[in-house]
Design a protein around this ligand. Sequence first.
Ligand SMILES: [Ca+2]
Ligand SMILES: [Ca+2]
Length: 482
Amino acid sequence: MQRFALLGALLAMSAGAQTSSPSLPSFEGQVVYQVMPDRFFDGDRGNDAGVNRDDLRAWHGGDLQGLTNKLGYIGQLGATAVWLTPIYRQQAGNTSGTSPYHGYWPADFRDVDPHFGTLADFAAFTKSAHGAGMKVVLDQVINHYGYAAAAVKVRPAWFNGEAECAATKNKDVDCSLAGLPDLKQSNPEVRELLLDNADFWRKQGVDAFRYDAIKHVEGPFLKELLTRDRVAGTWTLGEWYDADTGTVADWQQAGFDSLFLFSLQSALRGSLMGGQSLTRVAGVLSRQGELPRPGEVALFLDNHDLPRFAQGSLFEDQAQARTRYALRALMTLKGVPVVYQGTEIAMRGGADPDNRRDMRFESEWTPAEKAVFGAAQDAIAVRKASRALSVGDEKLLPVPLSLEDDLLLLTRQAGNERVLAAWHRGRARKSYSLRLSALGLKDADQTLTRSLFAGQDAKVSVGGGWLHLSLPPEDAAVFALE
Ligand SMILES: [Ca+2]
Ligand SMILES: [Ca+2]
């Protein structure tokens, strides 16, 4: 018995050592800011051919020069990495009334679209970002070309056609996504093209890839791609639309460093913005033990494919207050937070393309938007200042059944540093007294402590076997524990 227990402990130790191996690319501790360059900032009017800012389906003029100009803004928010949606040279012209402003309709994977600038502009951006201590995450498309790309006619053998789609058992992979020309990754030329694309952008100074639509890409090819990225030290973030914890775990096993945890996004939207029970969020967080590398998983409130987080309330003021709540809550979680441009000011917008309205900057903000930004900036700063919050272990505490709709408690710990996060759904300010033993916390007296988030009236004290909390309505607080 004893020998087996010892063996188990040794195995657990070696597994722990493996997951924290310094040889694996890691983004733990980073805060990523997502930019859609066409909709961010126009730094060069000279490349604005065909721009029409009154049409959400047209080019809007944002570019790499504009992104470089605004790195100071991103740094002020506190982000440490920038993810750009694709910047490749796009197909000429529109399809179904939409221009390729979003970057997902490539015609040439090794060039920058003239609307965004040039390869030299990309090099200048990367250099400035690195100079400011930021990492660059580039969106990579590996599933398809744009509808009107020349390659579709020149190289028909590279693509899955109707026959392949009809014959396959794997419709997700071998049939076209939204009618897009679907690349056959098992074709040797396609395989080489895509592997070399990754090397090409690595040479431009890219630190990480966000791989688009991985659900629709051949598995053996993906694994080969990931192996090469890992050898090169490139961090990889996969987009599997609607991924839950199980899917993320599977792909981390298969070689991705990270995936977006869509199930958490949906729970955050329902609970924090929609006012539903916090048990939805707790349900997702309780599965964290399934993840090989929980600290790498990408956590987000919204992105360019989902309705804006703030769109979840009919009322703008409520949406702003709840976005502030959600940004604070997000910054208490283990993982890699990703903030989509505009979420830091609670921008509204429905489904695509309404979720891609032009970014607005400081001089155009209302006082309420300034307040949301201030809370986001503060929450990120608090996270970065705390090893426990940025890279510590996360433990969900068992809240009494009668309170679990309204209260979510978790601790984060790194070394001796420990913090307690308290999320509160209640519509009114409320005090809670909870037995430490029931929460699984050690009994230790602690004098009254206020939330680490600035300007937030939230308090905790510990004494006589009880944890006492005083929490404002619909907000997330975080406290240092002694
Ligand atoms: Ca421009
Ligand atoms: Ca495919």
